[in-house]
Design a protein around this ligand. Structure first.
Ligand SMILES: CCCCCCCCC/C=C/C(=O)SCCNC(=O)CCNC(=O)[C@H](O)C(C)(C)COP(=O)(O)OP(=O)(O)OC[C@H]1O[C@@H](n2cnc3c(N)ncnc32)[C@H](O)[C@@H]1OP(=O)(O)O
Ligand SMILES: NC(=O)C1=CN([C@@H]2O[C@H](COP(=O)(O)OP(=O)(O)OC[C@H]3O[C@@H](n4cnc5c(N)ncnc54)[C@H](OP(=O)(O)O)[C@@H]3O)[C@@H](O)[C@H]2O)C=CC1
Length: 303
């Protein structure tokens, strides 16, 4: 896949970006990274781990999380922090409470929260059921609020504060093929503004990142064979003329979590090689990959 090949050549720093930040940056601080076993979440957990944080990664698939932890343990250096994993479905309040309790019990109060878990299926709005729309809003918007509240209540409201980064999308021009996710992420962009004001008195900063198209095997596996069609149409509209890498998102997340961003709160930072400045919608309506633009996409494998 040409577009993927172009992205793959970028991920040549291993472990990524650690030379850009001080090794002591997050020493001893507890970080929770949802969805930290794959893609952007793994790259972020990896960077925080190598910068000294005690990192808990959490998602639904235990095998994936265990493998991610083993990979990081194998990379451990003198500067590395701690790494642990636990399973969670962030759509369950009980499961999220248990996750926070376990993380605090193991690594202490959570000071760094990366709300990376999320996703969607591709469908034009006319083919989308209300149940499907609601499922994606629940996962991305409602669960972001759920996890933020749980961590704020248990840890960050104690007067010592913390930093939260939520995962958004480049949604300013809408997102044909992803009406549900775009609506949810627009909600996230607004939620971080309100939370940043309400929680400022507790010393909590709340920001979001809005990646463009970031290549990872785990992310692209959700789109099947349709990925090639979509990417061929999307790539020319990206000013950088390439996809992003998970490491390029992780670096911005680490910056936002760090004291270097101590006066940044309530912001959503675009990470898209300039794609957020281009008027063309991220998912193309003028080069459909089927007669019904997205109607032919395969239903994703059940997780
Ligand atoms: C790469 C190229 C550039 C791609 C385009 C450019 C990319 C833009 C940038 C974004 C990139 C990424 O986010 S990459 C990250 C990708 N990773 C993910 O998406 C992982 C997380 N996703 C998910 O878990 C799922 O998509 C999600 C639907 C949210 C939750 O899945 P679940 O299995 O829990 O959902 P279910 O409960 O089974 O389904 C609930 C309902 O949702 C609907 N539904 C679920 N899947 C459906 C499907 N495939 N097609 C239609 N409808 C579906 C049905 O109505 C379901 O009801 P019933 O019919 O009654 O069952
Ligand atoms: N790749 C891209 O181009 C872009 C991605 N994003 C967003 O970035 C985030 C990371 O995506 P990316 O790394 O690319 O793709 P991945 O599919 O690798 O990451 C999604 C992660 O979310 C986890 N997850 C999904 N549902 C749940 C759930 N109900 N409870 C807990 N964890 C869950 C998954 O783990 P598990 O399945 O084991 O639960 C997985 O680790 C997502 O929110 C995505 O939408 C935003 C813009 C662009």
């Amino acid at each position: 896949m040409a577009a993927v090949d172009r992205a793959a050549g970028l991920a040549d720093c291993d472990p990524p970006l650690t030379g850009v930040f001080s090794e002591q940056l997050f020493r001893g601080q507890c970080a929770l990274v949802t969805g930290g076993g794959t893609g952007i979440g793994f790259a972020t957990a990896r960077l925080l781990f190598h910068l000294g944080a005690s990192v808990m990664i959490a998602a639904r698939r235990e095998v994936v999380l265990a493998e991610a932890c083993a990979t990081l343990e194998a990379e451990r250096t003198a500067a590395s922090g701690q790494i642990g994993f636990t399973t969670v479905d962030i759509r369950s309040s009980e499961a999220v409470s248990a996750l926070v309790e376990e993380t605090v019990g193991r690594f202490g109060p959570i000071r760094l929260l990366v709300q990376n878990s999320g996703g969607q299926f591709v469908s034009d709005a006319a083919s989308m059921s209300v149940k499907g729309f609601n499922s994606v809003v629940q996962l991305n918007l409602v669960s972001t609020f759920r996890v933020a509240r749980a961590v704020f209540d248990a840890c960050m409201s104690d007067g010592r504060g913390g930093a939260i980064v939520a995962m958004s999308l480049d949604v300013d021009n809408g997102m044909p093929g992803m009406a549900h996710s775009a609506a949810a992420r627009a909600g996230i962009n607004n939620l971080v503004k309100t939370l940043s004001i309400e929680w400022a008195a507790s010393g909590v900063r709340v920001n979001a990142v809005a990646p463009g198209i970031i290549y990872s095997e785990s992310a692209f596996s959700h789109y099947g064979d349709a990925a090639e069609d979509l990417l061929s149409a999307l790539l020319p509209a990206i000013p950088a003329k390439r996809l992003g890498t998970p490491e390029e998102v992780a670096g911005v997340v680490a910056f936002l979590l760090s004291p270097a961003a101590s006066y940044v709160t309530g912001s959503t930072v675009a990470i898209g090689g300039g794609s957020h400045l281009v008027r063309k919608p991220l998912l193309p309506m003028d080069e459909p990959c089927a007669s019904q633009p997205y109607g032919r996409l395969p239903r994703k494998a059940r997780l």
